[in-house]
Design a protein around this ligand. Structure first.
Ligand code: FAD
Length: 405
């Protein structure tokens, strides 16, 4: 199908951020062209875990029931420390492979009236004499097409090429990297009901996970925070960490991981991908452009959860555009929405110290096993009603060491 010549808003990237944005814009009556460099359905390397913020956004987008009908429901996150201590935190959770989730979100955007075209790769912005974006250049093989648009929303995820091409990238390297695979093990699915998150010295500075998905298939993976460091001359280099080796260590040290990979059947290969966190690494907007989702760094550091916040930032971008007004007012409204979220992202960045010092996980887990109040606070972190950094701040640690109430 050919691309339209023009539209009100060109949304680039049909992940959660782009599809959420496109749906809300189309619902409000704007003409929307949504493009992606990959044909759909497509895979996205992810843990596939849906936490409460994602459920809330899915409900706003009118797809909560469709997702619930396919997703594997989960009621608890099991936090497991280096010494094997375990505490289970209740929450509204689910697991659905991104190949399916993203297709549901895209279908909803198209049903609302957005026009979807793929595979088209964003190559750069079209600008007027003042440098304001007027649309974009898109490529499919040898074919190059220009789409003019009043606004462009870049929702291109954690890979920085589109940001670089648009001149909006502030930090080329990612905040972290992660690796995941799928293993079918119906017998274990009868027993392993929680989303397991595991800290261990061999996984430092990161963690491992096993999430039970639909049809007896588990998503198993490892993630490393702060995977790149800045050199004295300002360039960046990848830390000396081999994700495959970290994954092997996870399977050696964590009994469920060992049992899963030894007794289960691999579905596809282990695949890695970058993460961009803490609402950092890119300009949030430019004349005629808004940046949404992980392209704007909307994944939480510490937990690597990002689907919910990608959806939220996509919705925020749409709301700013629908409210309309002068160019500056639209950008200001959107950036104010992201600024309101930023303190929470900063707290997750602080809580990241658990990944670097896994003994902290032992301490929190040991204490939580004996304190209903602390378990409630941990559930509050999931529900976004408790400040996650308080659990591992100096004051929070002191409280953990004090006699229990
Ligand atoms: C291993 C791993 C595990 C994770 N686990 C979880 C988890 O369990 N739960 C959770 O909530 N989050 C998790 N995350 C984070 C989550 O995957 C991201 O936060 C989320 O995908 C961000 O959504 P997005 O829409 O911003 O970007 P994406 O989902 O990455 O979508 C971006 C889209 O843009 C397209 N695109 C990119 N460049 C171009 C271009 N130049 N032209 C056209 N199209 C382009 C891509 O093809 C893609 O479809 C995990 C991440 C990783 C790497």
């Amino acid at each position: 199908m050919t691309l339209p010549e023009s539209c009100d808003v060109l949304v680039v990237g049909a992940g959660p951020a782009g599809s959420a944005c496109a749906q809300m814009l189309a619902r409000a009556g704007l003409t929307v062209c949504l493009v992606d460099q990959q044909p759909f359905p497509r895979e996205k390397v992810c843990g596939d875990g849906l936490i409460p913020d994602a459920h809330a956004a899915l409900a706003r987008l009118g797809v909560a029931e469709t997702v619930a009908a396919r997703a594997h429901p989960v009621e608890r996150v099991a936090c497991i420390g280096p010494r094997g201590g375990r505490v289970e935190v209740p929450g509204r959770l689910a697991v659905l492979p991104r190949r399916e989730l993203d297709q549901i979100l895209l279908d909803a955007a198209v049903a609302a009236g957005a026009e979807f075209r793929a595979p088209w790769r964003f190559e750069g912005l079209l600008t007027d004499a003042q440098g304001r974006a007027q649309g974009a250049t898109l490529r499919q093989g040898d074919a190059v097409h220009e789409v003019s648009a009043r606004w462009v929303v870049l929702a291109t995820g954690a890979v920085p090429q589109a940001l670089l091409a648009a001149g909006l990238c502030r930090r080329r390297v990612p905040s972290g990297v992660a690796l995941r695979g799928y293993v079918r093990h119906p017998a274990m699915a009868e027993r392993l009901k929680a989303m397991e998150v595991v800290w261990h010295r061999s996984l430092r500075p990161g963690y491992g996970w096993i999430f039970p998905g639909p049809d007896g298939v588990f998503n198993i993976g490892v993630g490393i925070a702060h995977s790149h460091r800045t050199l004295v001359d300002g360039r960046s280099a990848k830390q000396d960490v081999n994700l495959r080796a970290v994954f092997d260590a996870f399977c050696r040290h964590h009994p469920s991981a060992r049992e899963l990979v030894q007794g289960g059947q691999w579905v596809g290969e282990l695949k890695g991908a970058p993460l961009r966190c803490t609402l950092e690494g890119a300009h949030w907007s430019a004349p005629g452009v808004l940046v949404a989702g992980e392209a704007a760094g909307s994944t939480y550091s510490f937990t690597g959860e990002g689907i919910g916040k990608a959806l939220e930032t996509g919705i925020l971008a749409a709301e700013a555009l629908v409210a309309g007004g002068e160019e500056a007012a639209v950008r200001q409204r959107y950036e104010a929405g992201l600024s309101a979220l930023k303190p929470r992202f900063d707290l997750y960045e602080k809580a990241n110290r658990i990944n670097a010092h896994p003994w902290l996980a032992d301490l929190v887990i040991w204490r939580a096993r004996h304190s209903a109040g602390l378990r409630r606070r941990m559930a509050g972190v999931l529900e976004e009603t408790t400040n996650p950094a308080k659990l591992v701040s100096a004051g929070g640690l002191l409280r953990l060491l004090m006699p229990m109430r």
